[in-house]
Design a protein around this ligand. Sequence first.
Ligand code: COA
Length: 174
Amino acid sequence: MNIEIRHATKKDIPEIGKLFSKVYTTPDFDGFTLEKSIEYMNWLFGRCPEVAFVAVDGNKIVGARLAGTKPWFDGIHIVDGEIFVGKDYRGQGIGLRLTEKSFEAAKKLGATVVDSATFIQGKHTESGWDIQPQFLNLEWHKKNGFHVIEQMAIISGDIDELINKTKEHIAEND
Ligand SMILES: CC(C)(COP(=O)(O)OP(=O)(O)OC[C@H]1O[C@@H](n2cnc3c(N)ncnc32)[C@H](O)[C@@H]1OP(=O)(O)O)[C@@H](O)C(=O)NCCC(=O)NCCS
């Protein structure tokens, strides 16, 4: 198999979106429709085209890495990244090669750090769908140089609940 790693272009976005949708559609999650995936990939590509790379098998896109940049106090951070490789193409070094190209391009832009989030074992939401094994890639990231920041957690909240709770808290203090 002859896989080429090259810069992604705007023209690739529909195909990248298609692959993203396929990777993230599972028996208990179908939120990333083709339309939503293309919209998301278009947004992410627009944040920093220079670090967006695809893996191609002939004309077929079989993997991609895209991310944004953030000017932080200690230099530019790479943020909100997505990496995904088609199921039939995993375990052949494509993810590593995409990462190498993308991070080298990021360094040329002045990036000093890559911040990322990844799934760990457990339920994703209170409603409780399991994270499938294909998304449990912390070890992969660790092996390639990432470390977990123990002092921080990813926090998330529904906007209505956040407003209500904040209002309740304000009322309690009045
Ligand atoms: C994570 C992902 C991008 C890796 O891509 P890949 O092309 O399969 O990875 P590579 O083949 O380049 O990895 C090569 C090495 O990592 C190892 N590896 C691959 N997946 C791994 C995993 N989940 N955990 C630990 N090691 C892993 C391989 O065994 C190989 O190691 P070796 O060289 O010591 O044998 C791919 O599994 C994927 O697309 N997963 C679904 C989407 C996803 O979860 N993305 C990450 C979101 S944070």
